[in-house]
Design a protein around this ligand. Sequence first.
Ligand code: G1P
Ligand code: ZN
Length: 539
Amino acid sequence: MIKTIATTPYADQKMGTGGLRKKTKVMMQPNYFENFIQSIFNTVGDMKGKVFVVGGDGRYYNQTAIQKLIKMAAANGVKKLIIGQNGFLSTPAGSHLMLKNHTNGGFILSASHNPGGENGDFGIKYANETGGQVPTSVSDKIYANSKNISEYKIYDAPDVDLSKLGTVKLGDMEIEIIDSVKDYVEMMQEIFDFDALKKLFKSGFTMRFDAMNAVTGPYAIRIFEEILGAAKGSVTHAVPLPDFGGLHPDPNLTYAKHLVDFMFSDKATDFAGANDGDGDRNMILGRSFFVTPSDSLAILADNYRYIPAYKNGIYGVAKSAATSTAVCRVAEKNNLPCYVVPTGWKYFVNLMDSKRITLCGEESFGSGSSHIREKDGIWAILFWLSIIAATGKSVAEITRENWKKYGRSYYMRFDFEGLETDVADKLMADLENKLPALAGQKFGTYEVSEAAPFVYNDPVDGSVTKNGLVIDFTNGSKITYRLSGTGSSGATLRVYLERPEYKDLEEDTLTMLKDLLKIAMDVAEITKRTGKTKADVNT
Ligand code: G1P
Ligand code: ZN
């Protein structure tokens, strides 16, 4: 039986950089999740004949939320849902299923790299028929809808058993429960040369993959251990847990410190990688060596010819404005266009769909290609392994060669977390007002060449997005300031620093960025306004 339930709006259902993210307890408020889903359905309009993919990263509240979503979809007239077994799907696997099945989009229930559990975060990523998350024009409509919602529709029925593969029905709606891993693995086999990778492991090559107790464990075991022949136990923290076993599932130097320490110890394997909660982020490590995500993107772009899916050529590359310019230097020498977009994967979607780019990435441990419309953590690791297999070189050798060929961008991101929203907003507003006067100013050996907000004109749909403030220096260095759009409370100021060097390639990053950091702190008056003398997290 379909029930119509009266509800009252919540004022805060505005999507950020990657969907709607909130404290789990906020999401668990009466009708909160339902309001948001109904607002999406209301925005889409007629649900007849529509097909969606549904899954999640297994975090706390996933099971409850998926059942609500199923019942609401059935009540709203959706034709079919394709759901990962037990409600599990990584974000990249979900995007792939949306494209493969020509669906109208889908829902990945995840707060990505944010901690999970009852006291952690919960989130909803909503994608449309592109297989990528909806553009701001659509999320604005959903937000407007959520502020006026007065009722939602839900099927009054028992929960659907998501453990059994096959098709069941709820009312007129079909529910196909599929193996969460199978289609994704097949896609990876089409992109990469699995025989070459098997040979690599046969030759004694060792790796560690850290799934951070999140969704990629089963994908990684199937691919790395069962198919490619990496030693059993190569995949660690492989069982998805509702609270990620207390780990903060963000693969970076701070939150995957255990893996970094391991790779800098005498027990290190030849290669290591990690993924985040929903499997779209990646971290790459070699023996006593860390590859920055910006360098990783540049290296993938320089080595696409080793990958069967790209060997006949790629259209172009793209990066977010905050990402270092390393990939653009590679593109320039290879006569490829390099697009620079705002932070957030959704900005790459139009460029991929219009065949302007094939590879893209962000400094925030994300890289991917047009095989799907999300970033892809396991794909990035398979790409790296393929380069190693083809060249016989180590992670460190591959990275150093890239620096020699194209120069090295010393790069680091500094996050100032837990700020009061008003303080952060005022800091950004005042800084923006100050920018025009900065051009030509000297700070020690650094001279400002240009200072302005980053404004993106989408070449495909003509939309204009303003995101972040950028100070460029005459020596090629750059400071970018942005406020995070993925937090669930307060504000986080991100300060991104880049200094390209063509001679001194083996220096310590923090030392190389020391002066630039001081300029960044002083110009924005960070200490005076926030009380913080240093960042909470450096990545
Ligand atoms: C962060 C990253 C951004 C990424 C997003 C989703 O967003 O900075 O690059 O696309 O997570 O993974 P932010 O919190 O900075 O808005
Ligand atoms: Zn993620």
